[in-house]
Design a protein around this ligand. Structure first.
Ligand SMILES: [Zn+2]
Ligand SMILES: [Zn+2]
Length: 359
């Protein structure tokens, strides 16, 4: 087993408290977070942890010795001279994690976050790689912005993979120079933050997806179906008198994009799936051999729309897609278990507090 190697350097992976398995994450100790703020992992001996091997799915009791940023020994009872020791008793030790859906706010919104602070937050959480969405200013719609992000991320301890726009200026009107963007280092294309509302444009994007062998990541929301919605349309929104976003606005776009992927042979990746019916659609599409993959955000299988009410309309409970119902959560968990859902992500998208307060 090796930990995630980033840009030729090896990094300490993630050490999490074993209580996370029961849904109670605890903060990393100051000693460990100190090791995570440095760029290359120093010498370190992680002792007493339970090592997770994602390839075999097995766990073992094993210490990990890192020297000069490289794992040099695995095994029980390791010791080393003049190497700081981190006591990982009661914790899992894993490879670095990847978050394939984050919003780093640079360029353009550095008051919310920079590439450097976003990467520091990622590293603190045990992530050694992130893919970042293009709703910056300027958006990631030209090759120079792709290259700027890769360059800015260079000195950080996290590999950053830019996702470029589907459309020029992220306006949903004409296709961005997708081949040029891919050559510059874009790993996928998305207008995330907004859907690609124009079906013809999505068709062409998926045709390029096939040629370039890169996915189109769909923020699936048919805007006219829930134009002023702030939360899931259902019992709770009715009780609160708030305009809702119906599940159908997500599902209709997913159905469209699955059909387009089948027709074009392109690869559609459904971002932040949130409804039971959407999970069923993806499962069926995969069974038919259509090139579709999907991800789910942590909040979409841990919180329901009740949180909006319980937390007194706190803006932290409002997002797109919105928090749904227990039925949706149950279906998402089944989808995670049976492999319908391919990845868990965060949709990390920081706002400045003064902006949150007026939303
Ligand atoms: Zn989105
Ligand atoms: Zn997003």
């Amino acid at each position: 087993m090796s930990m995630h190697a980033a840009g030729g350097r090896a990094y300490l992976g993630s050490v999490i408290d074993r209580t996370m398995a029961s849904g109670n994450p605890t903060a990393l100790s100051p000693a460990l977070s100190a090791t995570m703020t440095v760029q290359a992992t120093p010498d370190l001996l992680i002792k007493g942890g339970t090592l997770l091997d994602p390839v075999t799915g097995s766990t073992s009791q094993s210490d990990v010795l890192i020297r000069d940023g490289v794992i040099t020994a695995l095994g029980e009872g390791l010791s080393a001279e003049a190497v700081p020791v981190y006591d990982a008793t009661g914790k899992y030790v894993s490879m670095g994690w990847m978050d394939m859906h984050v919003h780093l706010r640079e360029p353009g919104f550095e008051h919310k976050e920079t590439i450097q602070t976003g990467c520091a937050a990622a590293a603190f959480g045990g992530f050694t790689a992130v893919a970042c969405m293009p709703n910056t200013d300027p958006p990631i719609h030209t090759r120079d912005v792709v290259e700027f992000i890769i360059e800015r991320a260079g000195p950080t301890p996290v590999d950053v993979y830019p996702i470029a726009c589907v459309s020029k200026h992220r306006k949903g009107e004409s296709l961005a120079e997708m081949a040029d963007l891919a050559e510059g280092g874009a790993v996928a294309f998305s207008d995330d933050g907004d859907p690609v509302q124009d079906t013809g444009l999505m068709r062409h994007a998926l045709e390029y997806s096939r040629m370039l062998n890169k996915p189109i990541i769909g923020h699936e929301e048919d805007l006219p179906l829930g134009p002023k919605g702030h939360m899931h349309e259902g019992e709770v929104s009715t009780r609160l008198g708030l305009p809702g976003i119906p599940t159908i606005s997500e599902e209709i776009m997913i159905a469209r994009d699955i059909l387009l992927a089948e027709y074009t042979g392109g690869h559609v990746h459904i971002a932040h799936i949130s409804t039971a019916n959407a999970v069923d659609q993806v499962r069926l599409a995969k069974a038919k051999g259509i090139h579709v993959t999907t991800e789910v955000c942590t909040h979409h299988f841990t919180l329901t729309d009740k949180a909006v009410e319980d937390m007194d309309f706190d803006t932290h409970t409002k997002m797109h897609p919105p928090l749904r119902t227990q039925t949706d959560i149950d279906a998402i968990k089944v989808g995670l278990k049976d492999g319908t859902i391919d990845a868990i992500c965060t949709d990390h998208a920081p706002h400045a507090s003064f902006e949150k307060e007026v939303e």
